[in-house]
Write a protein that binds this ligand. Structure first.
Ligand code: 6GU
Length: 383
């Protein structure tokens, strides 16, 4: 990858040589160039700005120096990143996208912005992204360009030693913030490491970490837990304890059908009490869909060991069966499985033909080689 920076403050970019990008350059993984925009001016004062047409406060960066800079630096293989508070928000997904590019040119604006024609012109020559770090204003785009660089460069193959540490981080997968981490000593200044982390029980550790990640995300970044939505905009939301009664009703309705289809009454979901439902709501990541206030669909998932996401209790109100709601719930519960999950598992009635058909269409395979309760079959899918 090649990185070029165009700025009126090229000194901002000296940290590139000290830090991680500098090491990557030493390894030959990337090359960078820093350019003073004023080298493309021709007047005695090396002017890069002028007053805005239409009036108003501040100065606007004039187009001519940028035009000459782009003539020299841009090719059809270039992605130009304009750093601006009015750009698209920068996030891990965009970092991953930019990490696939061959050549990035960071165009760092100052003052009130760059003449719009510079951006329009660049779009005719190369790919253009206008990118913002967040909802606040920096004096210029230089610090933003450095932050974007660090997020992108560490994704380049061969850059970080440990590929697994990349996958498990905040924002990398699962859409949850990172769980809290601890190292030795076990007690420090009166603060103890949570006992579960020292229990040696990998399943319990994984479940605890997932719960902590969900709790943190709910507190600090509820927007990340923003519900998925159905085609018509109906949200899929986390179940709350107050949903237990309706869940019990819906569950009974659905599992009576299952009992009839499988000619079998001995199915746990058919016999649970309200307290049973309340209890499992505390243990499973459960999601529900409401239509006009009525609870019409639900699904739950939880970790089994470290790498398997156990999916169950997919229920759709009888009058909405066949509408595609079950398929959407199944997709949703896979999408919210934590990072580290490598396979999904679910059970259904051996004679529940419609369920099995839906699961197979979603990529699940019948596993006659695995144990299942009497009258049921087990299906799995690799993530
Ligand atoms: Cl990319 N540039 C500037 N100037 N201010 C910002 C920003 C970028 N992102 C947030 N604020």
């Amino acid at each position: 990858m090649r990185l070029d920076y165009v700025s009126i403050f090229p000194d901002f970019f000296t940290p590139l040589e000290l830090s991680l990008p500098g090491k990557a350059a030493d390894k030959g993984l990337l090359a960078f160039g820093v350019h003073d925009l004023r080298q493309w001016t021709h007047d005695r004062h090396r002017t890069v700005d002028d007053t805005p047409y239409g009036g108003g406060a501040g100065m606007v960066m004039k187009p001519e120096p940028w035009g000459e800079a782009f003539d020299e630096l841009l090719t059809p293989a270039t992605t130009v990143v304009f750093t601006t508070p009015s750009g698209e928000p920068f996030d891990q997904r965009l970092a991953e996208e930019l990490a696939t590019r061959e050549h990035l040119v960071f165009a760092c604006g100052r003052y009130e912005g760059i003449d719009q024609r510079v951006i329009d012109h660049a779009r005719g020559v190369a790919e253009v992204r206008e990118v913002s770090l967040g909802d606040y204003v920096l004096n210029g785009g230089e610090v933003a360009a450095l932050a974007i660089t660090e997020a992108v460069v560490r994704l380049l193959p061969g850059f970080m030693g440990n590929a697994a540490s990349l996958v498990e981080e905040s924002h990398a997968e699962g859409g949850l913030l990172e769980y809290p981490v601890y190292t030795k000593p076990p007690a420090w200044r009166g603060h103890e490491v949570p006992a579960v982390l020292r229990s040696g029980d990998h399943g319990k550790v994984a479940a605890w970490r997932h719960e902590q990640a969900v709790r943190r995300t709910a507190e600090r970044r509820p927007d990340l837990l923003a519900p998925s939505v159905l085609d018509d905009g109906t949200p899929i939301v986390r179940a709350t304890p107050g949903d237990a009664g309706e869940l019990l009703t819906l569950q009974r309705a659905c599992w009576v059908q299952e009992a009839l289809a499988n000619d079998m009454l001995d199915i746990p979901a058919l016999h649970e009490s309200l307290d049973d439902v309340r209890a499992w709501l505390g243990e499973w990541d459960t999601w529900v869909v409401r239509r006009a206030g009525r609870l019409v669909g639900a699904v739950r998932g939880r970790l089994e060991g470290e790498h398997t996401w156990d999916i169950g209790r997919i229920m759709v109100a009888p009058d909405l069966q066949g509408s595609g709601l079950g398929r959407v719930l199944l997709e949703h519960i896979q999408a919210v499985a934590p990072a580290g999950v490598t396979s999904y598992v679910l059970f259904t009635g051996a004679a529940s033909a419609r369920n099995q058909q839906m699961y197979k269409r979603a990529g699940f395979r019948l596993r006659r080689d695995l144990a299942s309760p009497p009258g049921a079959v087990v299906l799995t899918k690799r993530r």
